[in-house]
Design a binder for this molecule. Structure first.
Ligand code: SAM
Ligand code: SF4
Length: 429
């Protein structure tokens, strides 16, 4: 039997697409190997949001050159965002790549591999719009379901709209059918994915809050999550859906990016810090025990010490459960890459450290307030430590506890004994 090795970089959308690539190959009698040197086909499903992500992929492509020297039949494919962005330049840089498939061409992966098996040649397929969203891979207890592709927002730092094209929403019928299939195959939790789920607009009408309400009624579903929400489009109707849904998890990932109104404007985010604060207020007043997380960028062009201090001040007011903090990475082709006053690397790093220190203290304080609570945890499986299992609460907090008899997909009650910054340690009750 032929073997494939698949490496997925980047966001949850990539993880969902990676699952679908895996499902397609397994259905063609391939089996998966975790050893690159034993593979007949290697696929790198890539990300290009930050330079560091691209560097990792380039390093891996270099490593595979040596493996291909020993096994000339090996087929190497680069798929996803970096494929879309770099296009045929990747062949020039690394001629040992066999195929490059963009984000709208993933459903062609089997036919592309089979053409290369018949005749060795470079294949490049990059469409900028359309393409099927691959069928969702069901069968696990937690399943990602893409509901839309692309992004129309053009935040000035971000490469995503250039590599994923314009927003296209799937039909509610197709999405609900994926939800039912996943639940029938044993899924307990589903996560709807899109770059901005709040602007979900299927051809037949309705909005994201309607989709959530419909999914909430699917029999057998335990938890519904979604990401990502853009603050400019978070409606009262969606807050109501979060507040009143029976199975909708009380967690919202609501990227703020920055708190200086001048920087937010330069980022083209289309909201102010006052608007964001008002949303936080409404969410916390209306949705019981909601946890809110965010993304923040430091070192955006022209960010002054004063702007940064404003961000630090806002972090203390917002008191997010957690923040994913990034150093601004210049992406050529985006407006911010040509802005003047790029911030020095050393300053960016120093600001990132200060930001993380401020947020980590708050995350820890919030987690400490959960000490002695009993939390319902959806079990994911064994953690990095043998004999210790991990899972998540409805509010998406990671919980570690000693293994008894539970299996992935079980819901168990855990008494929280030792809260930390990024996780909670406890014992089953
Ligand atoms: N669509 C989502 C949104 O609007 O928040 C996020 C998608 S993006 C793949 C995930 C995060 O990467 C963003 O929220 C942002 O914080 C970060 N990001 C995007 N471009 C970046 C850049 N050039 N440098 C640093 N971080 C970046
Ligand atoms: Fe990028 Fe902004 Fe679109 Fe998110 S909303 S993917 S940050 S352009």
């Amino acid at each position: 039997m032929k073997k494939f090795f698949l490496l997925v970089y980047g966001c949850q959308m990539n993880v969902a697409e990676g699952e679908s690539i895996r499902k397609a190959l397994l259905s063609e009698n391939y089996c998966e190997t975790e050893d690159m040197t034993k593979a007949d086909v290697i696929i790198l499903h890539t990300c290009c949001v930050r330079e560091a992500a691209e560097e990792k992929v380039l390093g891996k492509i270099g490593e595979i050159k040596g493996i291909k020297r020993d096994n000339p039949h090996l087929i190497l494919g680069i798929t996803g965002c970096m494929a879309q962005k770099e296009n045929e330049k990747l062949f020039k840089r690394a001629p040992h790549i066999d195929f490059i498939l963009g984000t709208a061409n993933l459903s062609e992966i089997l036919s592309v591999i089979s053409s290369i098996e018949n005749e060795r040649k470079h294949i490049l397929k990059i469409d900028f719009e359309g393409g099927d969203i691959l069928p969702v891979a069901a069968g696990k207890f937690s399943v990602y379901i893409p509901i839309m592709t692309g992004c129309n927002n053009f935040c000035s730092y971000c490469i995503v709209p250039y590599v994923r094209g314009r927003e296209t929403s799937r039909s509610v019928e197709d999405i609900l059918s994926d939800v039912k299939n996943a639940v029938n195959a044993g899924a307990k939790e589903i996560t709807f994915l899109g770059q901005n789920v709040n602007s979900f607009a299927p051809e037949e009408g309705g909005d994201f809050a309607d989709l959530l309400a419909a999914a909430d009624k699917v029999e057998g579903i335990s938890r519904i999550r979604f990401m990502t929400s853009h603050p400019k489009d978070l409606s009262d109707k969606l807050i109501d859906a979060l507040a009143n849904g029976e199975h909708i998890a009380p967690h919202l990932h609501l990227p703020m990016q920055h708190a200086s109104n001048r920087i937010l404007k330069a980022m083209n985010r289309n909201y102010t810090k006052e608007h964001y604060l008002n949303l936080l207020d409404k969410l916390r007043k209306n949705v019981c025990h909601i946890s809110v997380t965010t993304d923040l960028i430091v070192g955006f062009p022209s960010e002054t010490e004063e702007d940064f201090e404003e961000l630090i001040g806002f972090v203390k007011i917002a008191r997010w459960d957690a923040a994913y903090t990034f150093i601004y990475s210049k992406r050529s082709g985006t407006p911010a890459a040509n802005m003047e006053n790029q911030v020095e690397e050393s300053v960016k790093h120093e600001r990132l450290n200060r930001l993380m220190e401020t947020q980590n203290k708050i995350s820890r304080e919030i987690n400490e307030s959960l000490k002695d609570n009993v939390e319902v945890v959806l079990v994911e499986g064994e953690s990095k430590t043998k004999g210790v299992y991990q899972g998540r609460t409805a509010a998406n907090k990671l919980v570690l506890f000693p293994h008894k008899d539970e299996k992935p997909g079980d819901s168990v009650k855990v008494l929280i004994k030792e809260p930390q910054t990024w996780l909670l340690k406890g014992e089953r009750v």
